[in-house]
Design a binder for this molecule. Structure first.
Ligand code: ATP
Length: 468
């Protein structure tokens, strides 16, 4: 049994074929960089978000949750610097019109252009030219390119003024990250709950970015979901808490089945002016060519709250009850894209095995993440007594687990289908169930072993299997 090379074609084809992820608006010819999540996709996404929330909020005495609006007062994004500076440098091919990220194009020449402006990038391009090197279009390979220019990632809306042209005065933005809502509710949470420093506020939800290039399936899309936690603390506590959170997030991935060799730390060399330290957890997206950012764990200083205090005129200081001291808390954040995480877990679970001369594709998800926990089959579709019993088992267990009833095709086909969606257990009702022993066959996804279990013992059996 060996794990074969994972390609983007294999992943996207499985996602489409088995109802995980569909390209958006297909019947209208598609809509770039947006994806829809099908019946199994939504289950996996919900399971990931729930397990994240469990560790980030439920199991923490020092973190509370929030669900803020996607639309916010437009000044929010002036204060945060997004309106003036949330840009990516763009280069267009004048011949084939391909649009490219200029910073990514410079990477080929070993230049880290991550935080460079368009002007700085153009200066680098000039230096390359002097050395006889030229940037090439990623699609047609020609060198007839525009200079780099800044391209705002902010998505605008005309909310509230539908007939007007969008202008500086009436524009509202769809949030480009969820943490904006956390900063704006920091004071509400401080005033309405019993939180004391250090404490965190977590939220999950949609974010929107007008990405220049979005051709990597669900890795980079224009509409996506983020799961963020902002941790408010005293400056003196930063390093210790930062290390704790780095460890907590790293271990979370291992706990849910990511192999140690498939994640690594990336230390940011070029930091935002307010940041003292920033690391990303990168995942080995083999289908995209290697390690890429999955989650950021960043120190943010007191910049965010200071900016919002300045722009709103509302005091956002924290009063230390013991010392009487007032100050703006510092912040560290953990920030991950749910869709990118989904991709990573799907990638990790994807396995091809040789079984009896044929290839078996199986998604080896951790049981807690599997979209369907138990599939229930009658051995034969045209035997009403088997169907009736199998439906009874389904009705019973679907109160506790996400189950699926399937009477299509033969057992072999049903197993293959359940393997491809990662269902840990398949339960089959056969003639012996009815006529002899009131037992069913339970088949294990990973070992493919089958065992007979009495129906009255199934409850305990699955309790044990799904025990954490
Ligand atoms: P990148 O460098 O990949 O553009 P970023 O550094 O701008 O990402 P952050 O602003 O730090 O990303 O966002 C935090 C997390 O949100 C990222 O680690 C990623 O998981 C997710 N994310 C950001 N942009 C996208 C996107 N366009 N599509 C999907 N997920 C995204």
């Amino acid at each position: 049994m060996n794990k074969q090379k994972i390609t983007i074609e294999k992943i996207t084809s499985l996602c489409k074929r088995r109802g995980f992820v569909f390209p958006s608006s297909e019947i209208y010819g598609g809509f770039a960089a947006v994806y829809d999540y099908g019946p199994y996709g939504i289950e996996l996404k919900n399971n990931l978000a729930r397990e994240w929330w469990k560790h980030m909020v439920q199991m923490r005495a020092d973190v509370v949750g929030l669900d803020s609006g996607i639309f916010m007062h437009p000044t929010t994004w002036k204060a945060s610097g997004h309106v003036d500076g949330f840009d990516d440098p763009q280069i267009d091919c004048k011949d084939c019109k391909t649009r490219m990220r200029a910073d990514h194009m410079l990477e080929v020449f070993g230049i880290d252009a991550d935080k460079m402006s368009a002007n700085e990038i153009n200066a680098e391009i000039e230096k390359l030219k002097e050395k006889g090197k030229k940037l090439k279009c990623a699609t047609c390979g020609k060198t007839n390119l525009t200079p780099a220019k800044n391209f705002s990632l902010m998505v605008k809306s005309n909310l509230g003024s539908p007939t007007d042209e969008l202008s500086e005065e009436n524009v509202v933005y769809l949030r480009p990250e969820t943490c904006g809502g956390i900063y704006l509710n920091y004071k509400n949470i401080l005033d309405s709950t019993r939180v004391k420093l250090p404490f965190g506020i977590a939220q999950t939800g949609k974010a929107f970015r007008n990405e220049i290039v979005a051709r990597q399936f669900i890795f980079r899309t224009r509409e996506f979901e983020q799961m963020e936690m902002q941790y408010f603390l005293r400056k003196s506590e930063m390093q210790e808490k930062y290390e704790e959170w780095k460890e907590a997030r790293w271990n979370w991935y291992l706990e849910y089945g990511i192999k140690k060799e498939n994640i690594k730390w990336y230390k940011h060399i070029k930091l935002a002016h307010y940041a003292a330290e920033a690391y990303d957890i990168e995942y080995n997206f083999e289908a995209l060519g290697g390690f890429k950012e999955m989650e950021g764990i960043h120190q943010r200083g007191d910049w965010d709250l200071s900016q919002h205090q300045k722009f709103s005129g509302v005091k956002l200081e924290y009063l230390d009850q013991k010392t009487g001291e007032k100050f703006i808390p510092h912040i560290m954040e953990t920030s991950v894209g749910l869709n990118r995480m989904f991709f990573a877990f799907l990638h990790e679970a994807y396995t091809e095995e040789e079984v009896d001369g044929a290839t078996r594709v199986v998604l080896k998800f951790d049981r807690r993440l599997a979209p369907i926990k138990i599939a229930v089959f009658p051995l034969l579709k045209n035997k009403p007594e088997l169907v009736k019993k199998a439906k009874e088992v389904f009705t019973d267990f679907s109160k506790k687990y996400m189950c699926e009833f399937d009477d299509n095709g033969n057992i072999g086909k049903r197993y293959r289908r359940q393997d491809e969606i990662g269902t840990p257990y398949c339960v089959t009702v056969d003639f012996d169930t009815i006529e002899k022993d009131n037992s069913v066959t339970v088949r294990d996804r990973d070992t493919m072993e089958q065992e007979r279990v009495k129906i009255e013992e199934l409850d305990d059996y699955f309790l044990e299997k799904f025990k954490i």
